[in-house]
Design a protein around this ligand. Structure first.
Ligand SMILES: C[S@@+](CC[C@H](N)C(=O)[O-])C[C@H]1O[C@@H](n2cnc3c(N)ncnc32)[C@H](O)[C@@H]1O
Length: 266
């Protein structure tokens, strides 16, 4: 198959969002360029798009003219939608024979309650499809020039939530020695850092906070574990942020230095 044939095949295989069906789709981390073709197909075909706060205006602008937008998020000072209400609403819309796109930031099933919604739809006998998205934990690292894995640095990578219920064992994660990417960590960062240090992570372990990754508001602050709470305070809580802790963070400096040297030599 030559290149133009391959491209035509790709563009010609747009899946159909059927009436009465729900797609649980990921919108990626923010930049519309990081949407999948299937999520884009859902945006253009849906009658109703039930979206989270992390789905930005540049993505929603791609919705078809027939689409009604319904907000079901938990940010921006608007009242929080309860998970059971969101699932009920998806079922209701599907029973009205609407083409429903449930659009979430990143990947729908990564700290995104996509699993709960899929179960609710399945229990109600509603036809649904899960469309993966690029999760912020992967996208933010690459966008910040921090490789998720690097030979000689790590053999694994841990994704965690800073909102963990109850007695989450941060010390056990520290003991693995592998890098940890923490979603929703900003408000609880002091406590998380204390526990990781008690678990044996050195206070000078490289660490970074990445805010609004892949958008025009992206900011990356690099420091060491002990100074993370200070860094987070500096950035505030208004924008979504990810915390990364581990040796992979140090690769960024090496990489940026090499790029700067190359550019200076041009
Ligand atoms: C409820 S979780 C949803 C995660 C999403 N399902 C995903 O796969 O990326 C929300 C958290 O994801 C992280 N996040 C999402 N988008 C981000 C971005 N563009 N930059 C930095 N962090 C982001 C933040 O930690 C935020 O508090």
């Amino acid at each position: 198959m030559d290149k133009s044939e391959a491209l035509a095949t790709l563009l010609g295989r747009v899946p159909t969002l059927e009436p009465g069906q729900v797609w649980l789709a990921g919108a990626g981390p923010g930049d519309p360029g990081l949407l999948t073709l299937d999520a884009l197909a859902g945006l253009t075909q849906a009658d109703v798009i039930v979206h989270d706060a992390l789905v930005g205006e540049r993505v929603l602008a791609l919705a078809g003219p027939q689409a009604e937008l319904e907000y079901a998020g938990k940010r921006g000072g608007r009242p929080s939608a309860q998970q059971a209400d969101i699932s009920r609403r998806l079922i209701e819309l599907a029973r009205e024979n609407k083409r429903v796109l449930r659009l979430k930031g990143g990947d729908p099933c990564m700290f995104g309650r996509g699993g709960e919604e899929a179960i609710a739809l399945a229990e109600a006998g509603i036809s649904f499809r899960i469309i993966p998205g690029i999760t912020a934990g992967i996208a933010a690292l690459s966008a910040a020039s921090i490789p998720a894995t690097m030979r000689g640095v790590n053999h694994a990578i841990i994704f965690a939530t800073g909102h963990a219920d109850g007695d989450f064992d941060w010390a056990a994660l520290a003991k693995t020695g592998q890098p940890i990417v923490i979603y929703m960590a900003m408000r609880n960062i002091g406590n998380i850092v204390d526990q990781l240090r008690r678990g044996g992570l050195a206070s000078n372990t490289p660490a970074a906070v990445i805010v609004s990754a892949t958008t025009s508001e992206q900011r990356v602050l690099v420091s060491e574990l002990a100074r993370l709470p200070e860094l987070v305070r500096k950035l505030g809580f208004a924008l979504p942020g990810l915390v990364v802790i581990g040796g992979i963070v140090a690769v960024r400096e090496r990489l940026l230095k090499l790029v700067a040297e190359t550019e200076a030599g041009r």
